[in-house]
Design a protein around this ligand. Structure first.
Ligand code: PMP
Length: 418
C-alpha cells in the first residue's frame, strides 16, 4: 500500500517524454553512456526552439539595432525590443524601461555596485549580504566597501543552511543602505523568503538587490510582489543562451543612477565639451548589445511560460525528495544543506571521498554533476566542508535520471572503496 502511494505521489504532472524531446542534447551519449544531466545549477540545457531561433536570427534578421533606417536593422531592433517586453511581463516589472540587458547576473550585480553603491554609499554606512551568497554577490560589495568606507555585514546561516532571520533582523538598521541577497542558494538550494527579507530592509529605507540566478525557472518571480529595487538573473540558467542576462531596476532608482560604462548607445548627444546620456534602460547598455542573446532568451522565457509553474515545482520537489531518499541510505554520505524550503539541488559529501573523484567517476558513467566550492567559499567554510558534490535538477529531468545519478554514485563509491 505504502509503495503504491509513493508511486502515485511520484507520477509527474508534466509530460516528460514530450518535454525531453524538446532538448536535443538529452538524447546524446557521454562516454558511451546515455547522458544524465544533473548540473542545471551551473547552466541549463537549451530547447530546440531557442537553438532554432538563434539560427533563424543570424540567417534571416541579423543587423545592428537602434538608429538603423534599413529593413534588417528595423527588424532586428523590433525583435530585440520585443524581447525586453517578454522579460518585463515575465518578471512583472512595471515597464520595459526597468529591464536592462547585461552579460549575466555577475555583470548585473557589478552594474549596481559601480553605478549605485560606489556613488551613494558613505563611510560608516552598511551593506548587508548573507553567508549563502555566490562570490558574484560578495566581491562587488567588498570592493564597493573598500572604496567608500562602508561596512559589509553578513547575515549568518544555521547548520541546515538557512538564513537566520532573527540575526538578519538584528543587522538591519538606519545605517543599512543596501541589502543584496540570493533568492535561491546555488550551493545548497535553500530558498530565501525574499519578500519578507525585502520588507524588513525597506522599512529602514535600504535599497534591495535580489540575486535571481537560481530562481528564474524554479520559482514564481514577481518583482513588484517581492518589492525589491533590483533583480538580477542570467539567461543561460533559464534555458537561454550564455552571454545574456538581465538587471531589473525600479525606474526611480535607475533614473537616479549614473551610467557605468560609456560609449555608443548610452548617449543622447556627444560633443567634446559635453555629453548627455540616453534614457533608461539604454543609459546602462553601452556598445552593441548581445542582440541574438536577448532574442534567444525571450524565446526561452516564452517556451518556459507554456508550463504551469505549480506543476514544475511539484515535479521538481518529487525529484528532490527522491534524491534525498536515495542519498540517505548511502553509508557515510552527509547531506549539506537541509533547509525546510529547498529547490531541486542536492549537495552532499561522502566521508573519505573527494567530491572531484566522485564527479569524475560519474562522468565515466555519462552522469554530469558538479563538485567543488560552487563559488561559495565562505558558505563552505561555515559548513566546515572544503566543497560538495552537487546534483541539481531541472523540470526536464525524470525520476529515472535521479535513480541513474544515485546508481552511479553507489557504483563510484564501490570502485573507490575497492
Ligand atoms: N549568483 C548565483 C546564485 C549563481 O548561482 C551564479 C552562477 N552560478 C551567479 C550568481 C553568477 O551567474 P553568472 O556566472 O551567470 O553571471
Amino acid at each position: 500500500m505504502k509503495e503504491k502511494l509513493n508511486k502515485k505521489e511520484r507520477t509527474s504532472p508534466l509530460d516528460l517524454r514530450k518535454i525531453r524531446e524538446d532538448f536535443p542534447i538529452l538524447s546524446r551519449s557521454v562516454n558511451k553512456k546515455p547522458l544524465v544531466y544533473a548540473d542545471n545549477a551551473a547552466t541549463t540545457q537549451k530547447p530546440k526552439n531557442v537553438i532554432h531561433r538563434l539560427s533563424e536570427y543570424y540567417s534571416d534578421e541579423n543587423a545592428n539595432v537602434h538608429r538603423g533606417v534599413h529593413t534588417l536593422s528595423e527588424c532586428a531592433t523590433e525583435a530585440f525590443e520585443e524581447s525586453r517586453q517578454v522579460i518585463q511581463r515575465f518578471l512583472n516589472a512595471r515597464s520595459t524601461r526597468e529591464i536592462v540587458f547585461t552579460r549575466g547576473t555577475t555583470e548585473a550585480i557589478n552594474l549596481v555596485a559601480q553605478s549605485y553603491a560606489l556613488k551613494q554609499l558613505k563611510a560608516g554606512e552598511e551593506i548587508i549580504i548573507s553567508t549563502l551568497e555566490h562570490h558574484s554577490n560578495i566581491v562587488p560589495w567588498q570592493i564597493a566597501c573598500q572604496k567608500t568606507g562602508a561596512k559589509l555585514r553578513v547575515a549568518p546561516v544555521n547548520d541546515s543552511g538557512e538564513l537566520i532571520f532573527e540575526e538578519y533582523e538584528k543587522l538591519v538598521n538606519k545605517k543599512t543602505k543596501l541589502v543584496a541577497l540570493t533568492h535561491i542558494s546555488n550551493a545548497l538550494g535553500t530558498v530565501n523568503p525574499v519578500q519578507k527579507l525585502t520588507k524588513m530592509a525597506k522599512e529602514v529605507g535600504a535599497v534591495v538587490l535580489i540575486d535571481g540566478a537560481q530562481s528564474i525557472i524554479h520559482a514564481k518571480i514577481d518583482v513588484q510582489a517581492i518589492g525589491c529595487d533590483f533583480y538580477a538573473f542570467s539567461g543561460h540558467k533559464a534555458l537561454g543562451p550564455t552571454g545574456i542576462g538581465v538587471l531589473y531596476g525600479r525606474e526611480e532608482v535607475l533614473e537616479a543612477m549614473e551610467p557605468w560604462q560609456s560609449g555608443g548607445d548610452m548617449i543622447k548627444t556627444v560633443s567634446f565639451e559635453e555629453t548627455t546620456y540616453n534614457e533608461i534602460p539604454y543609459k546602462f547598455e553601452a556598445g552593441t548589445p548581445n542582440i541574438a542573446g536577448a532574442i534567444g532568451l525571450s524565446e526561452a522565457i516564452n517556451y518556459f511560460s507554456q508550463f504551469d509553474l505549480e506543476k514544475v515545482e511539484q515535479h521538481e520537489h518529487c525529484l528532490l525528495d527522491k534524491a534525498i531518499e536515495r542519498a540517505l541510505v548511502i553509508p557515510n554520505l552527509q547531506l549539506i544543506g537541509t533547509a525546510k524550503k529547498k529547490s531541486s539541488i542536492c549537495s552532499f559529501v561522502v566521508k573519505g571521498v573527494h567530491p572531484n573523484d566522485l564527479g569524475t567517476l560519474l562522468d565515466q558513467q555519462g552522469v554530469a554533476i558538479r563538485s567543488g566550492h560552487h563559488c561559495a567559499m565562505p558558505l563552505m567554510s561555515r559548513l566546515k566542508v572544503p566543497g560538495t558534490a552537487r546534483a541539481s535538477f531541472a523540470f526536464y529531468n525524470s525520476q529515472e535520471d535521479v535513480d541513474k545519478v544515485f546508481d552511479a554514485i553507489e557504483k563510484a563509491l564501490f570502485i573507490l572503496a575497492a
